[in-house]
Design a protein around this ligand. Structure first.
Ligand code: SAM
Length: 283
């Protein structure tokens, strides 16, 4: 039986820090839903980010081959040692996930792919996801709780696109797996949460092979959201208007449209069409 975080934290005289997003999950129904959503098999290695007081860690350890849990707050280590006592397939590492290279963490486990499960602080969701997407060893999937609005912004379709959605959909297939009630956490957070799963693409399946050029163009497009795309691209990439007009019309886009209207393939085509102009400007 898992102890309630409120009891457990009191026992260890632990006070949650808001600055580290410390809202601990207790509700067993939601712990199970998160574990099920991650579709972990007995041969999987799980990287858990921010194990906190260990409720999710225990559930993950019962079905995975190995759980590597990275926790930034060393005040939680005595609690984790207590709740994980006797569980052999969990290794807790104290540190900031942003300083950890997944391939180093996985070094000794003969794993070509791993699975990330995380109930992370919402203020660094974007940084953590970028860190994982850009690492040399990619996870198969990332299942995590995020602020509801963030989840909803990630799954939009052309007409409502934003920079976060383009980034998430460039690297993965994004699904909302459910909405987690605030009462499932202790202390109760002030925002609503959603559970999402990102099924990470193999780099050979990215819509464009040159991610750095692709995102240079996408960022320029979204930098002045209210402007027509022809203007935001010309301004952001220091191109003359004719160059962007030609590129946009050649793929059938109205130069007056806005960045939110474009499909992923439109951005990939624009990257190809503007590549030379952008590289010349760079020199
Ligand atoms: N997973 C636990 C649960 O579900 O009850 C804890 C969730 S709590 C929302 C977030 C956890 O992430 C906290 O334990 C916090 O200390 C930890 N954390 C915050 N920033 C971190 C970082 N940069 N790297 C690793 N852990 C971090």
């Amino acid at each position: 039986m898992i102890e309630r975080p409120s009891d457990l934290l009191k026992k260890f005289d632990f006070y949650p820090k808001k600055s580290l997003g410390q809202n601990f999950l207790y509700d067993p129904v939601w712990i199970n839903r998160i574990v099920n959503a991650a579709e972990i098999s007995k041969s999987d290695i799980v990287l858990e980010i921010g194990p906190g007081s260990g409720s999710l860690t225990i559930a993950l350890s019962s079905i995975a081959r190995k759980v590597i849990a990275v926790e930034i707050d060393n005040r939680l280590i005595p609690i984790l040692n207590y709740v994980l006592d006797g569980i052999k397939n969990v290794t807790v590492i104290t540190g900031d996930i942003l300083d950890c290279e997944p391939h180093k963490l996985m070094e000794q486990y003969d794993a070509s792919k791993f699975v990330v499960v995380a109930n992370i602080p919402y203020y660094i969701t974007g940084q953590i996801v970028r860190h994982l997407f850009e690492s040399s060893m990619l996870p198969r999937s990332i299942t995590m709780s995020v602020q509801r609005e963030v989840a909803e912004r990630m799954i939009v379709t052309p007409g409502q696109m934003n920079l976060l959605a383009v980034s998430a959909q460039f690297y993965s297939n994004v699904k909302i797996m459910g909405y987690i009630p605030a009462g499932a956490f202790y202390p109760i957070p002030s925002v609503d949460s959603a559970l999402i799963r990102l099924d990470v693409f193999d780099p050979s399946d990215h819509v464009h092979a040159d991610s750095s050029l692709f995102f240079r163009i996408v960022r320029a497009g979204f930098a002045q959201k209210r402007k027509q795309l022809q203007n935001s691209l010309s301004n952001g990439l220091s191109l003359n208007k004719e160059q962007t007009l030609n590129a946009l019309t050649s793929i059938g886009l109205d130069p007056r449209c806005r960045a939110q209207a474009l499909t992923m393939q439109n951005w990939a085509d624009l990257t190809d069409l503007l590549r030379d102009a952008v590289s010349v400007e760079k020199k």
